[in-house]
Design a binder for this molecule. Sequence first.
Ligand SMILES: C[S@@+](CC[C@H](N)C(=O)[O-])C[C@H]1O[C@@H](n2cnc3c(N)ncnc32)[C@H](O)[C@@H]1O
Ligand SMILES: [Zn+2]
Length: 546
Amino acid sequence: MDGEHFAPLLLDFEKGGIGLTLPLDSFQIGESSVPSRGEILKVNRIYACHKYFGRKPWHPISEKIRAYSSEGDTVFDPFLGSGVTAMESINLRRNFLGVDLNPMSKFITENTIDTNYNESLFDTEVGKLTERMESVANELYLSDTPCSQCDDFMVLCHVNNGPIFEPPFDCKFYCPSCGRNSRKAALERKANTLDDKKMNKDYKISKWVPETDFPEDFLKDRFSYKGITKVKQMYTPRNLYFLSELLHEIRHGQYVNQRFFLLAFSNTVLHASKLKSENVRPLNTNNYWVPDDRFEENPWMRFLERIKLVRKSKAELLIRNKKRKIGSATIQTTSSLKMELDDSSIDYIITDPPYGEAIQYYELSFIWNAWLDTEYQPDEEVIINSKQNKKVEDYIDFMKQSVEECARVLKVGGHYTLCFQNKDFKIWSDLLNLFKSNNFEFVEVDIIDLKGTPFNVNWKSFSPSADIYITFKLGTYKSTNELMNDVDNLVQQCLVEGQDDSIPDLYNRVIEKLIHEVYLCKNPVDVSKLSINSLLTTMEEHHAGN
Ligand SMILES: C[S@@+](CC[C@H](N)C(=O)[O-])C[C@H]1O[C@@H](n2cnc3c(N)ncnc32)[C@H](O)[C@@H]1O
Ligand SMILES: [Zn+2]
């Protein structure tokens, strides 16, 4: 391979400290490894065609794939998610294999990497879909409030709908005819009587809607007291009616682009639900509840916006791909804890498993899967979740199975890059010990903090924002060193070495050292005293003493 050298921050084993060492052979890379900001943003658009939880930025992943595998190699991701590793692997002409328990993963990944796209046909079919659905939408969401500029009637963007509101309800309009009241500058008004009437009409639903019940133990707890126990109850009658008509048309209207329309559709259903209010975006675990100040969003408008995202994504993909040869990708919906893959059949593993309890993939994807009729059982989901009765020990046990399985399918000498993050130092040390005991040698750690230090946070409840990439090599691990084995000392050293006056900075340094310590010590490192709180105390004492 010709090309430049890549010099990440490497741990210097010999000195037992952290420092820059000379690049290793394996860091030789092909094309330039540092994309410009412009390129990062452009490629981001490809991934923006569907939301997923915990998606990783593509460029560090691309860099790792380039550094640790070669063209034609088989790259494997056992916790695929939305397919960043798939896209970046095939873009670098590797063959890719990805597995995820969640059917959404295959759905999003395959549609994201799909280059079988023709823009003019897409536009023609969007036109056809619009012709058939816009009149339905207008019947539901067109108001009798005229635009002050062009006198055409305006369309509802959203209307307040939660139980805390009383009529006349606040709403937002935009004018589809003239540029003045665009969606972004939508007018704030009070809904009039016609809007009220439409809002409260009894809509007869004749097309398919999901009849799925929310699982008793997790989701029902969150909304059953609001009368919501089924997915379809997550919608106002008007929105449910419209979504059922739209889905029916997409499925039965003979569209070549059906899969891309479904992508836009499923990317609409959270926003069109009762999870949404002015102040709550229905996008993460903490916001998984039905707010009293919710509003009813116009799903057709949201869908058209999602269609635009797909269009941009495909345009960008075709530019990036430029009809050159790319690698192949195989995606499977199954658990990766035990697989039918042959021993030593994989050249490189790169993955981002669930980090513990931070993101509940099964629960968060539930509404998507219900609408796509692809529900699944989370029994083998690697997660900490009290409702699924999975504790920290169960999580570590799942990860143990996963690391063992990966050690089996990876070729000896092959690399494994793990992207991980967790506030709990015990989880860190347990995880590292799993790699150690499965013959993985430590190669490097890269801490990439793209989000920067949060401003004005309560450090006790801070959540680490950096992505930490640790690379191992499958071989015969031997502990080489007896290091300090004393976490107090470790934290003190981190304090002295950096001018950290924030917990995130100190945390990053401690994690980096800890990875090193846990990995190279023969004896287990006792991390029981280490926590964010203890870091905070030590840092305060340190500053007070200065
Ligand atoms: C952190 S996400 C991956 C996110 C991904 N890196 C991305 O950029 O979108 C972890 C994934 O692991 C999946 N998962 C959890 N347990 C699994 C198992 N036993 N087998 C396969 N996949 C699993 C979840 O469904 C989730 O999609
Ligand atoms: Zn107008």
